[in-house]
Write a protein that binds this ligand. Sequence first.
Ligand code: 5GP
Length: 209
Amino acid sequence: MNNKGLLMIISGFSGAGKGTVVNRLLDKYGDFYALSISATTRSPREGEVHGREYFFKTREEFESMISNDELIEYARYVDNFYGTPKDYVEEKLNEGCNVILEIEIQGALKVKKIFPEAVLIFLFPPTVDELEKRLKNRGTETDQVITERMSRACKEIESAYDYDYIVINDDVEECTDAIHGMINAEKLKVSRQKDFIDKIRKDLVGHYC
Ligand code: 5GP
């Protein structure tokens, strides 16, 4: 079997529940997944820890990561920069882990250009009302930021067509299992298993054909 890990990207509107679903995937399926921790210039929210949710950087530090070519991609989201560190992703893929990038859409589409075999999953809320409700209930954002994030969703929906899968996050458990099922199926695609098929074919041809 092809032992190289699969690169998967989970995007979705702010408030769609990406963090919750990703944490559930990690809790439930342990070492099958590795989560890439992004760098950001955003300030930590209450309870967030440097190196766990994000690597929190100053603008200058973030710019130096860009100039040292340490990021696979980066994007500006509302008023902050976010980027995916390169080394960790490559290392984990080579170890055979399925690497999750929980990133916004511009970044996801850039990654797809660099890694065309990446699987892009767009997480949807069941309704727009529910999305707004979740953002308000989170209680971490001001009304102005909530409005900015809802208006950003209006633009982001246009890119949903460029993704490979959508998943509706109505029930976290079902949503988590749906994603895990997709990833397992993706890994068994013939296009990802050519080396394995070739090996069996070679052994057959050498001995029985
Ligand atoms: P938040 O501020 O709510 O933690 O994240 C805002 C947005 O930035 C989310 O849509 C999140 O998925 C996205 N994001 C987090 N890390 C990265 C990254 O490394 N690159 C890009 N392009 N987006 C990211």
